[in-house]
Design a protein around this ligand. Sequence first.
Ligand code: HSE
Length: 430
Amino acid sequence: MASAKLGVGVIGCGTVGGGVVKLLVSEKDHLVRKTGVAVELRRAADLDPEKRAATGLPASVLTADAASLLAEPGIDVVVEVIGGVQPAQSFIETALAAGKHVVTANKELIAKKGPELFALARKHGVTLHFEASACGGIPVIHAFGQSLAANRFEKILGIVNGTTNFILTKMHRAGAEFADVLAEAQRLGYAEADPTADVDGHDAAYKLAILAAMAFDSHFDYREIHTEGIRSISARDIAIAKDYGFVIKLLAIGAAHDDGRVELRVHPVLVPKEHPLAAVSDSFNAVFARGNYVGDVMFYGRGAGALPTASAIVGDIIDLAMHQRGGGTSPRMNFGTLNKAVVPMGEVKSQYYLRLDVRDRPGVLAAIAKIFADFRVSISAVTQEEATGASVELVIFTHEVTEADFQKAVAEIRKLDVVVGVRALIRTQV
Ligand code: HSE
């Protein structure tokens, strides 16, 4: 029997909190064997009595009052799994100021308030762990923060949102439209009733801010991340992408420039089907990175769900238990020590896929080609479907060009009276 003890309090008994409780209870002996420390679940808090009851814990361990949990002397580690900024931020600040370590899955809070929370943790000699905040069960924070920390990263590319990857995969397989697949995903419980954070890319942007801080050793303001979601992806674009050997994915992209600045962006990309990220399907997540020593690495797994997320949270608790045994706190809290600038989106270079409907008339291609030439856009391929009505579909792929030049060219092309509509614009470079 271990003599050292680590008391744990869990705030939030929802899906993830329930998973953490389940692991701490069922793996109690396993955790002692692994760490030499008795990891004891002392208290679990939730305002909702049904969620408290669903943990299966005795009533004596449960409370509706997070403040009392935070004041308990026997609790060394507070697990925050309620999500959102408030009251999570206040709970975490109270815990850190009371000398308690904190383990959180809260990507929004870490992305928005990370530097100040880490400063508070350092001030009080405790640790704030956040492995579950990006990509759930995949140990990518630990990897960037420690195992791969010798590297300078040229780029990171992530499929970091399971909901959108599930929807895009369904659209690829069934040839279905976004709205229909979203409705089905909501009916099956794979997508939230309010899907905004997922389908508009905000969830991915928070996770990219965290991953980029770890990989590029700099704090970044998540508001500087150019963010687009997947609402405008159509079955038609997916079918064309397939014909040309691409899969459409929502990617979180970070890329280091030689001048020290970093590109950070979240948007759909036509990924060549040979790229390892193209094979990441359904609700799985993956992060691909290129380091100067390690070369290419890729992490793959479950980015959400009760048990994968709990696996990451309990991993952080194990880290704390092992370091407590050594008499100190974890050294792994280097959340962005530098202040690197984000490259403005207009300067980002990419190749593009453009789909538009035009009138079937002489001179149309010449007019479009002239505008592209005026803005230094070089075309790599053009396909025109056989005309069946008044308008005809044109699909254009470009060579690499800056976003600013490409957008200016497209704005001019939209004004041509022979252009019925620009239907899609998707970047194709990874
Ligand atoms: N809603 C997220 C996703 C999981 O779909 O990946 C939590 O970040």
